[in-house]
Design a protein. Structure first.
Length: 216
């Protein structure tokens, strides 16, 4: 099934992104890591379907961001809209509402994602109403939907917890949807996560950035 890519992202401004990682490496470095991760994600999405079929819901201003010029260049041809809503669930649902047709939604914390993997997730919509990919920490890293309507459940799901994946899965099934799965990926929230992800994707912007980080 032909699908669009949807990225939920924050402008990588020090003190506003990856603050848990920043507690160990400093907020400036954490923002550099976030920028590298976002660049990898944008490139994978654009490679998967072409930039004209890619959307990003962005919080913040890239004018204030680390590697802002590179990110603006990577977003050329994309559909860029501001995030709206009070909580993460509301922002996710609003972002889905801005995209027509099948979509594959990811965040900016899995720089190891690849274009073939994203296309495989989209293919899952040929046989399922939704595809949900578990993250190692109990959340999820990808949600693919045939249309925006089921995203209405997201504001009612507890986000950023060990139960997020299972609660989202239950909510989608509660809408009588068939839900497929895909590979489990690790979000980058802590130093150990960054080490593991950099090892998995050694040629990524993320790995090159992380290789120069000294953990204090």
């Amino acid at each position: 099934m032909s699908a669009r890519m949807l990225v939920i992202a924050k402008a990588p401004v020090p003190g506003r992104v990856k603050t848990r990682l920043g507690a160990d490496v400093g907020m400036e470095v954490a923002a550099e890591v976030a920028a590298a991760s976002l660049l990898d994600t944008l490139e994978a999405c654009a490679e998967a379907v072409g930039p004209d079929h890619c959307h990003v819901a962005l919080a913040g201003d890239l004018a204030d961001a680390v590697r802002g010029d590179e990110l603006r260049a990577a977003l050329e041809g994309w559909h860029v809209t501001p995030q709206r809503g009070d909580g993460l669930g509301e922002r996710l649902a609003a972002a889905h509402a801005d995209v027509a047709g099948p979509r594959v939604q990811v965040g900016m914390d899995t720089p190891q994602v690849t274009a073939p993997l994203l296309r495989d997730v989209a293919t899952g919509l040929d046989t399922h109403d939704a595809v949900l990919g578990r993250a190692v920490d109990g959340g999820w890293w990808v949600l693919a939907l045939r249309d925006a309507a089921p995203a209405r459940v997201l504001p009612h799901v507890p986000m950023s917890s060990e139960e997020t994946h299972d609660a989202t899965l239950a909510a989608l099934r509660g809408e009588a949807l068939t839900v497929g799965d895909t590979v489990e990926l690790r979000d980058v929230d802590h130093v150990a996560d960054a080490d593991a992800v950099a090892a998995d994707a050694p040629d990524s912007h993320f790995a090159r950035c992380w290789s120069g980080v000294v953990v204090r």
